[in-house]
Design a protein around this ligand. Structure first.
Ligand code: PMT
Length: 415
């Protein structure tokens, strides 16, 4: 159930005896890497304390709709936007009725109205209440609106009755919740993306760099989060906001980037080198601003440059490299040079980017690339960098699985 890793779950707890099982539910979700925020109704607090839920979720518990403290931090609208899913367990007959009626008179119903995330309910009530025609109508209404119901289960009830209305076991609720995310093609995988250009100092006020804006790398990082991965983004100096949930590490020079990449490489399954790394840096960095004085009076100023480390080649050169995807920004013979880079740098895939067209490549909103790999040449048509990233990651996910299976086979033959 790796799909739950990194997922943001609002767990709503309403006032029924099954509320004690919600504590178990929080524990299971947390163990699987989900970030859980608990919202409790007033009645729920009669059955289980907010302190218990706070301790188990490691997050503050949300109780009131109008909470001045929460509004300054994570108010109801932020919470509604934050959630990948709202799971209400237990969901009482009263809660179902209020949700079906479109009420927004407490925090939980308001969140459910405001969110665009899926809503799932695990009903829990007396069998007579569940069978009642009004509850059944509410159930139908909620299903019609796209709310998902997990259960209820059938069996012995706390009140002594036997029949439908028991809350499902927490393990089953967790399983059903994780099934919501099975389309997440990079679930549980750790992806590192490099983005932007690097800056190589000439003196305290000048540097060598390039036109990379970081947009492509940031779009890949965002798409990887959407696809369920845990993402580390190593970025050169850019003017972009960090996509939500991405761990961003800022660097300046190629050597900084090289260091940071290797510091975190053992936490990486897939490495995507989208950065436009300066191949060279000045051999010496002047301590003071270079002046047009007697010493530099001519029309020419010569800078001696030395090679920077090739970051991506150093990644593929490690003892147990991750799956590595490189980019090749070219102005001519784009596919030929890209394929050559793939071989030389021992990449699993290379993304050929024709940067002679100003509408795509450096600084633009859109891109159009060709993904090259072993027996693969797949063009990704012109689209926003976000859309291109999503398509690219579909190929990456497919090839990664094949590569990993192959590695596992080789290891078992070797052992
Ligand atoms: O940032 P944007 O404005 O959105 O623009 C996106 C982009 C054009 C920068 C991007 O799509 C792209 O093509 N990035 C690679 C640019 C590049 O410099 O490629 P290259 O051909 O020089 O390098 C080939 C590969 O080796 C790249 O994966 C690069 O990250 C890597 N490399 C290069 C040199 C070096 N010293 N270390 C490296 O890791």
């Amino acid at each position: 159930m790796q799909q739950l890793s990194n997922k943001r779950i609002v767990l709503g707890v309403t006032g029924g005896i099954a509320a004690y099982k919600s504590a178990e539910l929080v524990r299971h979700l947390g163990k699987l890497g989900a970030d859980v925020r608990v919202v409790m109704t007033k009645a729920a607090c009669e059955f289980i304390t907010p302190l218990t839920m706070q301790a188990l979720s490691h997050n503050p518990v949300h109780l009131d709709l109008l909470d001045t403290k929460a509004e300054a931090g994570m108010g109801h609208i932020e919470l509604a936007r934050w959630a990948d899913v709202i799971l209400v367990a237990p969901a009482t007959a009263d809660f179902m009725a209020r949700l079906a009626g479109g009420h927004a008179d407490d925090l939980l119903t308001t969140l459910c109205l405001a969110t665009s995330a899926p809503i799932c309910l695990a009903p829990a009530m007396n069998q007579g209440m569940w069978r009642d025609s009004v509850t059944q109508e509410n159930r139908d209404e909620l299903l019609e609106r796209g709310v998902k119901l997990f259960g209820p289960d059938d069996g012995f009830q706390a009140c002594g009755d036997v029949g439908p209305g028991r809350m499902l076991d927490p393990e089953i609720i967790v399983e059903k919740t994780s099934e919501l995310f099975t389309h997440d093609i990079l679930s549980g995988l750790r992806v590192m993306v490099t983005a932007g250009g690097t800056r190589e100092d000439i003196d305290p006020v000048r540097y060598i760099s390039n036109h990379s804006s970081g947009k492509m790398g940031f779009a890949i990082a965002e798409a990887a989060i959407e696809a369920g991965a845990t993402v580390t983004l190593v970025s050169g100096p850019v003017h972009l906001d960090t996509p939500e949930r991405v761990k961003r590490i800022d660097v300046v020079s190629a050597r900084d980037m090289h260091q940071v990449v290797h510091d975190h490489l053992n936490e990486v399954d897939i490495f995507i080198g989208c950065a436009a790394v300066s191949d060279y840096r000045p051999a010496e960095v002047a301590k003071e601003k270079i002046k047009k004085d007697a010493e530099n009076s001519g029309e020419m100023l010569e800078l001696r440059l030395v090679r920077n480390p090739d970051i991506i080649a150093s990644v593929t050169g490690t003892e147990k490299p991750p799956f590595v995807v490189g980019f090749a920004a070219e102005t001519h013979n784009v596919l030929g040079y890209a394929a050559d880079k793939m071989r030389r740098k021992k990449l699993n895939l290379v993304v050929a980017n024709d940067v002679s067209d100003s509408e795509i490549g450096f600084g633009s909103q859109s891109n159009e690339v060709t993904v090259i790999g072993e027996e693969l040449e797949e063009p990704l048509p012109r689209a926003s960098k976000k859309v291109v990233s999503r398509k690219l990651l579909q190929i990456v996910a497919r090839r990664f699985r094949k590569w990993r299976a192959q590695n596992e086979t080789n290891e078992s033959i070797g052992s």
